[in-house]
Design a binder for this molecule. Structure first.
Ligand SMILES: C[S@@+](CC[C@H](N)C(=O)[O-])C[C@H]1O[C@@H](n2cnc3c(N)ncnc32)[C@H](O)[C@@H]1O
Length: 227
C-alpha cells in the first residue's frame, strides 16, 4: 500500500528526532500524577475485563508500553518510525515492538483487550479520524478498552518547522475534546470518562484523556465463521 504523504512526513520527522525525543520528553514515571492515575485506571479496566493484549499505538521509544507492562498488562508497541522502534527494542528487549501504521493494523478482528494511543493521533488529519477509530474498533475485542491521551483545542492545523531541536515536516491537528468524543461514539465506542487539564503554556489548548469501551454487541464485529 502506498504510504500517505502525511504519514511519510511523520515517519521522517520522528526518525530524525527520535534520540532527542527520548532525551527531552519526560518518561511516564516523571509525568504529572493525573496522567499516571489515568494510565493506572486504564490498566485496571483492562485487567478487570480479562486482560488480553494491549497495543500501544504510536508508541515512540516504548516507555509508556513498558510502563503498562509494569502495571501487569501484556503490552506491545506499534510505530511508523523505524528509529523509534529501534530505540524501543533496545531499551525494552523483553517487549515486542513493530513498525506499522495505526490506521492499517496487521491484526485480526476483535482480538485486543486494550488500545493506548498516547499523544499520537494528533498527527492524523481530522477527516481521517473516523476511519482510524473504525480500525481501533475493528481490532478490539467486544468490551475492550481504549485510552486516548493527547492535545485538544479549537480546530487548528499546526505546521512547526522545528521539533525537539531538529527540522520537522509533520502536521499536528488540534480538535476540541468534545469532537474527539463524538467521533469515538460514531465508531461504536462508549466514552466512559473524559478528563481535561489546561495546558499551562497555551490557554487555548488542553491535555485530554478519553477512556472508551468498545461495543459489546457482536453485531458491531464481523460474524464468527460458521461451525
Ligand atoms: C509525540 S510521539 C508520542 C510517543 C509515545 N506515545 C510517547 O508518549 O512517548 C508520537 C508518535 O506517534 C507516532 N505516530 C504518529 N502517527 C502514527 C501513525 N499513523 N501510525 C503509527 N505511528 C504514528 C510517531 O511516529 C511518534 O513516534
Amino acid at each position: 500500500m502506498t504510504e500517505p504523504a502525511h504519514l511519510a512526513a511523520v515517519r521522517e520527522s520522528y526518525d530524525t528526532v527520535a534520540a532527542d525525543y527520548l532525551r527531552l520528553v519526560v518518561p511516564p514515571e516523571g509525568m504529572d500524577p493525573v496522567s499516571r492515575a489515568v494510565l493506572a485506571a486504564f490498566a485496571e479496566l483492562v485487567r478487570e475485563s480479562g486482560g488480553g493484549e494491549v497495543a500501544d499505538l504510536g508508541c515512540g521509544p516504548g516507555r509508556v508500553t513498558a510502563y503498562l507492562a509494569g502495571l501487569g498488562l501484556t503490552a506491545f508497541g506499534v510505530d511508523v518510525s523505524g528509529k523509534m522502534i529501534d530505540l524501543a527494542r533496545r531499551a525494552h528487549p523483553g517487549l515486542h515492538f513493530r513498525r506499522g501504521s495505526m490506521a492499517d493494523l496487521d491484526l485480526p478482528d476483535g482480538t485486543l483487550g486494550g488500545i493506548l494511543a498516547w499523544y499520537s493521533v494528533h498527527h492524523t488529519p481530522p477527516e481521517q479520524l473516523p476511519e482510524l477509530f473504525d480500525e481501533f474498533a475493528r481490532v478490539l475485542a467486544p468490551g475492550g478498552h481504549l485510552l486516548l491521551g493527547g492535545h485538544a483545542g479549537e480546530t487548528a492545523r499546526l505546521n512547526p518547522t522545528r521539533g525537539y531541536g531538529h527540522p520537522v515536516s509533520y502536521t499536528s491537528h488540534l480538535i476540541p475534546a468534545t469532537r474527539l468524543a463524538e467521533l469515538l461514539t460514531a465508531a461504536g465506542f462508549t466514552v466512559t470518562a473524559r478528563l481535561e487539564q489546561p495546558n499551562p503554556r497555551d490557554g487555548s489548548r488542553s491535555y485530554v484523556c478519553l477512556l472508551a469501551e468498545s461495543d459489546t454487541t457482536p453485531s458491531h464485529h464481523p460474524a464468527p465463521p460458521a461451525e
